[in-house]
Design a protein around this ligand. Structure first.
Ligand SMILES: NC(=O)c1ccc[n+]([C@@H]2O[C@H](COP(=O)([O-])OP(=O)(O)OC[C@H]3O[C@@H](n4cnc5c(N)ncnc54)[C@H](OP(=O)(O)O)[C@@H]3O)[C@@H](O)[C@H]2O)c1
Length: 325
């Protein structure tokens, strides 16, 4: 049995899901790896980077470290899974990992939307994989679908509900006549919104994701300042009710299309017809709707966040990286 050692950066919502899946599904993953590649391989977490070891009781304490250099210096670690989030130190950690010949898997949409160019450059320069399926629409395998399964298509435009928190809030306002404030509190109680929901409700989170989708669909990294962005904080129950009377629903949509060679993207609450394919995507669900020249219209739906759904996408990237080792 070939043992592939990996390091996990962060053991929060996503990191702990990755840790749990790798423990629980070890046999299944080994079997699937064998069936696909005719090799006996097991993926082992060799180190986990966190800041405060006292917080983590359910993991082997010998795996925990607060010193990233220890991971970089360990040449037996082949892959780094970044689940810290944010810009600093995550971007620097990922680039340094690739410079030390470690492949990188990440769920960090902010880092990828803002620093995708240097990250991809580091991956090419060092001939390392850099995969980030979990960064957009959680468990929905949309990036790999665009990259691989739709390779024979021009994507003419795309739209999506790619932030679960805001979809939950608008769904609650639409179907239960909640106020924005009550719906937000409920989302926080149920774990669909952070204590600080800023980047969800002001649109930044969806903006990062539509920038990443646009890069894959249209081939260029976007200047984030060119994306029109309006959050949901000003949507009122009256606007929702008035829209309903006209056979419409208000959804928080991210859109992108190429017009005369230029990518036009936006994130904002919009009225759509109640028969639109995205109109019935409710609660914390995400969906991505693609228009392709050959494949036609495609709709993908699934959990956009959460520990296991997100970790499922991370582990599939990890599996893909290990297949190439
Ligand atoms: N949560 C989701 O459903 C979801 C879905 C899709 C994508 N993502 C993305 O996944 C990433 C992780 O999100 P999360 O929700 O798992 O975050 P989280 O629950 O806040 O966990 C972050 C983890 O990283 C550790 N950490 C943070 N800064 C660190 C540093 N400087 N050095 C070492 N460890 C550090 C934290 O350790 P301490 O607790 O010890 O500080 C914690 O274990 C983010 O990029 C997020 O956008 C999340």
């Amino acid at each position: 049995m070939e043992k592939i050692k990996i390091a996990l950066l962060g053991l929060g919502t996503v990191g702990s899901g990755v840790h749990a899946i790798l423990e629980e599904k070890q046999n299944l993953l080994q079997q699937r790896f064998h069936n696909k590649n005719d090799r006996e391989v097991s993926i082992k977490i060799a180190k986990i980077l966190i800041r405060d070891p006292a917080k983590y009781h359910n993991v082997d304490p010998s795996l925990l470290t607060t010193d990233y250099q220890e991971i970089l210096d360990d040449d037996s670690i082949r892959v780094v899974v970044e689940a810290i989030g944010g810009e600093k130190p995550a971007v620097d950690y990922m680039i340094r990992a690739m410079e030390r010949k470690k492949h990188v898997v990440s769920a960090n949409k902010l880092a990828i939307a803002k620093f995708g160019e240097p990250l991809v450059k580091a991956s090419k320069k060092n001939n390392m994989e850099f995969l980030y399926e979990a960064a957009v629409a959680g468990t929905i395998p949309i990036l790999r679908t665009i990259k691989d399964s739709l390779v024979a298509n021009e994507i003419t435009k795309m739209s999506g509900i790619i932030n679960g928190t805001t979809n939950f809030i608008l769904s609650k306002m639409t179907h239960e006549q909640s106020s924005y404030k009550d719906a937000l509190v409920k989302a926080q109680e149920l774990g669909f919104a952070e204590a600080d929901p800023g980047s969800d409700v002001n649109g930044d989170d969806a903006l990062y994701k539509i920038a990443i989708l646009s890069r894959l669909a249209f081939g260029t990294w976007m200047d984030l300042n060119t994306i029109d962005c309006k959050g949901i904080t000003e949507v009122t129950p009256k606007q929702i009710e008035d829209a309903q009377k006209r056979g419409k629903v208000i959804k928080f949509l991210a859109r992108s299309e190429k017009v005369d060679g230029k990518i036009i993207a936006s994130v904002s609450p919009e009225e759509i017809d109640r028969n639109h394919p995205l109109a019935h995507v409710d609660g914390a669900m995400n969906a991505v709707y693609l228009h392709c020249d050959n494949a036609g219209e495609l709709l993908f739906q699934g959990a956009g966040a959460g520990s296991r759904p997100t970790a499922s996408a991370v582990v599939s990237d990890l599996f893909a990286v290990v297949e190439r080792l």
